[in-house]
Design a protein around this ligand. Structure first.
Ligand code: NAI
Length: 261
C-alpha cells in the first residue's frame, strides 16, 4: 500500500478486463477514485467498479473509444465531474492483429496504430492539458510491451506502435519534467489476460511462450498492476521516462540462458 495514493483520482483506459482491470482494482485497494474506461464490455466494467468499491475505493465506469478525441475527453470530464480532479492517467487500452506484413491491410495497420499509439497520445494530451491548466504535478503511465524492444514478426503494426509509445513516453517525460509531471511506461511480457486466451488455451503455444521466459512461467495481471501502483505513487518520485519491464526476464535474450553463443 502507498499511503499517498489514497483519494487520488485515476483514469484507466481499457479497464474492464485483463491488465487494465487489475490496475483499476489495485488502485481501488489503494483507496483511490477510479474512472474505469471500457469500449465494448459494459458488464465487465460494472463488475470492476463493484470490485473497487468492495475494496474501499470509489469508481465509475465510462464508455469511450481511446482512438477518438471526444471519447478521451469524456474520460477526463468524468474524472472531474465525479471526483473533482485528476492525478493519474493510465493509457492501457490496446489490441493486436496477427498477419504476415506483406498481407497486412492498410485498414488493419491503421487500426492497431490508432488504438495502441494514437490512443496513448490522445490520453496523454488530455492529462497534460489538465495538469498544465491546474498548475499541478501529475502522473502518466503508458502500457507498452516487451515488443517496444523485441521485434515480433507477423505483428509488425503492434511492434511499431509499441516502439512509438516508447519514444513518445521518453519525449514527453523530458518535455514536462519541469512541470512536475512524470511519464513512464510499463513493458509487460507474457501475461495471462484475454488478449492471450486463445494462444494459451493451446498447450503447445503455451509451452512455447513459457520457454521464452527465464522465470519459466506466465505473468499475472496483478504483477503488472503492482508496477503501476509503484509508478503512480510517490515511492517512485525520482523516476521518469523509463519503461518498467515486468516480464520474468523475457527481455534478457533467453536464447543465451545456458551460456550459448
Ligand atoms: P485485453 O484484451 O485483456 O484488454 C485490452 C483492453 O483494451 C480491453 O478492455 C479492451 O476493451 C480495451 N480496448 C481495446 N480497444 C479499445 C479502444 N479503442 N478504446 C478503449 N478501450 C479499448 O488485453 P491486455 O492483455 O489486458 O492488454 C492491456 C495492455 O497491455 C495493452 O496495451 C497490451 O498491448 C499490453 N500488453 C499486454 C501483454 C499481455 O501479455 N497480456 C503483453 C504486453 C503488453
Amino acid at each position: 500500500m502507498y499511503k499517498d495514493l489514497k483519494n487520488k483520482v485515476a483514469v484507466v483506459t481499457g479497464g474492464s478486463k485483463g491488465i487494465g482491470r487489475a490496475v483499476a482494482e489495485r488502485f481501488g485497494k489503494e483507496q483511490m477514485r477510479v474512472v474505469v474506461n471500457y469500449n465494448s464490455d459494459a458488464q465487465q466494467a460494472a463488475e470492476a467498479v463493484q470490485a473497487i468499491e468492495a475494496q474501499g475505493g470509489q469508481a465509475v465506469s465510462v464508455h469511450g473509444d481511446v482512438s477518438s478525441e471526444a471519447g478521451v475527453q469524456g474520460l477526463l470530464d468524468a474524472a472531474v465531474q465525479q471526483f473533482g480532479r485528476l492525478d493519474v492517467w493510465v493509457n492501457n487500452a490496446g489490441m493486436e492483429i496477427k498477419s504476415p506484413t506483406h498481407e497486412l491491410s492498410l485498414a488493419d495497420w491503421n487500426k492497431v496504430i490508432t488504438i495502441n499509439e494514437t490512443g496513448v497520445f490522445l490520453g496523454a494530451k488530455a492529462a497534460l492539458n489538465y495538469f498544465k491548466a491546474h498548475h499541478q504535478s501529475g502522473n502518466i503511465i503508458n502500457m507498452s510491451s516487451v515488443h517496444e524492444q523485441i521485434p515480433w514478426p507477423t505483428f509488425a503494426s503492434y511492434a511499431a506502435a509499441k516502439g512509438g509509445v516508447k519514444l513518445f513516453t521518453q519525449t514527453i517525460a523530458m518535455e514536462y519534467a519541469k512541470d512536475g509531471i512524470r511519464v513512464n511506461g510499463i513493458g509487460p511480457g507474457a501475461i495471462n489476460t484475454p488478449i492471450n486466451a486463445e494462444k494459451f488455451a493451446d498447450k503447445a503455444q503455451y509451452d512455447q511462450t513459457v520457454a521464452m521466459v527465464p522465470m519459466n512461467r506466465i505473468g499475472k495481471p496483478e504483477e503488472v498492476a503492482a508496477g503501476a501502483a509503484w509508478l503512480a505513487s510517490a515511492e517512485s518520485s525520482y523516476v521518469t521516462g523509463i519503461t518498467l519491464f515486468i516480464d520474468g526476464g523475457m527481455t534478457l535474450y533467453p536464447a543465451f540462458k545456458d551460456g550459448q553463443g
